[in-house]
Design a protein. Structure first.
Length: 277
């Protein structure tokens, strides 16, 4: 899939597009890039136009100083304008879910539905912000190498690490290319983000939650409780899965996303649970 570009405040944002049909924007997480979505896009692209941006400082997109969720949401809106999208769906993994929550809070009228892939609409707790300060100190001291080599494997359920050793290595290699500035800017943006829990309770749009029971980054019970607030919640609860369901439980996650996207273009308001896999 070929890189395409747009410019925002003299900064280059890269993205890829695959397929045709109703549009869905898939937003990657921290230390990732648009490439994480390519295997799913090959299948989803048979029915949908799949749009996959690189967030600032990730992949081939340039770093933006004083980054915030609002700036990243604005970037997604600029991309949607460039592609002349009137309505589309959006799903974000991890940090990408925080961007999704911010975008939905600002531009709900443009969405057919939105989803959280190992993510949520809440802001950081005081403990979470303190932990991000410690992470930024580590990154500042060693350019992030020690942090990346520890952080990436820890995203996976321990029982899946040996099976996915090659995939973990690939993610580490990509993450090590991200600059120290980009890693820190994203940490600051996550620490400062607002919560959007009211949005979840108030929206009439379908809302997807993919949750790993062994996820040590997005607390299973807290996310499940948040999903219960939504009027049209689509919930996939995954056993033996950490924070990386798109690798740990690819088939289940793909099926959940396909079902969710189908609902995004329907008008019924039923509560659906995909169940535990």
């Amino acid at each position: 899939m070929t890189d395409q570009f747009l410019t925002f405040n003299n900064k280059k944002l890269t993205y890829a597009i695959h397929g045709s049909g109703p549009a869905v924007m898939l937003i990657h997480g921290y230390t990732e890039s648009k490439e994480i979505w390519f295997p799913m896009a090959e299948i989803l692209g048979q029915k949908y136009t799949v749009i996959m941006p690189d967030l600032p400082g990730h992949g081939n997109s340039e770093v933006i100083e004083n980054l915030s969720m609002e700036i990243m949401a604005k970037l997604m809106d600029v991309l949607a304008d460039k592609l002349q999208l009137e309505r589309f769906s959006m799903i974000g993994h991890s940090m990408g879910g925080y961007v999704t929550a911010c975008y939905a809070a600002l531009n709900e009228h443009r969405l057919n539905g939105f989803g959280f892939f190992h993510s949520s609409a809440r802001g950081d707790t005081a403990e979470g912000r303190a932990n991000r300060e410690r992470v930024m100190d580590i990154i500042e001291k060693d350019h992030g190498d020690s942090f990346i080599n520890m952080f990436v494997p820890d995203l996976f359920f321990e029982g899946n690490r040996e099976r996915l050793a090659d995939e973990i290595k690939t993610l580490q290699q990509r993450a090590l290319k991200i600059s120290k500035q980009a890693l820190i800017e994203s940490q600051k943006a996550m620490a400062a983000r607002m919560g959007h829990i009211d949005l979840i309770a108030d929206t009439n749009l379908p809302v997807l939650y993919i949750i790993g029971k062994q996820d040590n980054k997005a607390d299973y019970n807290l996310v499940l409780a948040q999903a219960a607030l939504a009027k049209r919640a689509f919930v996939l609860s995954l056993d033996d899965c950490g924070h990386m369901g798109y690798l740990e439980k690819f088939d289940d996650c793909l099926a959940a996303i396909e079902g969710f996207l189908l609902a995004c273009f329907q008008t019924n308001d039923s509560m659906t649970a995909f169940g535990r896999r």
